[in-house]
Design a protein around this ligand. Structure first.
Ligand SMILES: *[C@@H]1O[C@H](CO)[C@@H](O)[C@H](O)[C@H]1NC(C)=O
Length: 115
């Protein structure tokens, strides 16, 4: 059996960790937003469900993402916050097929989306 020296093993583990970190950092960010075709009733459902899991104060009256006061805007904000909180797993942006992925930051004005 080949005997591998401890210092070499430690070096290997160390380098592997650097590579894993690097790959992680290199993976592109994604956001989750509501599809423009989503029905209002489903958008409202997404908001209701999402707000049980994420902080929805930003889309409440006076919140930094309240305007524009539309279901599409509010649902997108909540759906993204939920998606990010689930570590961006694909199914966390499904919402009965009313969620879609954005590869650029959907934030605008004071409405900052989590990433
Ligand atoms: C997301 O990732 C973090 C760090 O790896 C972990 O602590 C957390 O449990 C994960 N959350 C979910 C919902 O998988």
């Amino acid at each position: 059996m080949v005997k591998i020296s401890l210092p070499l093993t430690i070096l290997f583990v160390f380098l592997s960790l650097i590579m894993i970190n690097h790959l992680h950092a290199a993976s592109p960010k994604t956001w989750c937003v509501a599809k423009l075709t989503a029905a209002n009733v489903q958008l409202q459902e997404n908001i209701n469900l999402g707000c049980k899991r994420v902080d929805c104060r930003p889309i409440r009256h006076g919140g930094y993402c309240f305007n524009p006061n539309t279901l599409l805007n509010h649902a997108s904000f909540v759906m993204n916050a939920y998606y990010q909180s689930r570590n961006r797993t694909q199914k966390a942006c499904n919402f009965k097929n009313t969620g879609t992925f954005a590869t650029t930051d959907p934030s605008f004005g004071s409405c900052k989306y989590r990433s």
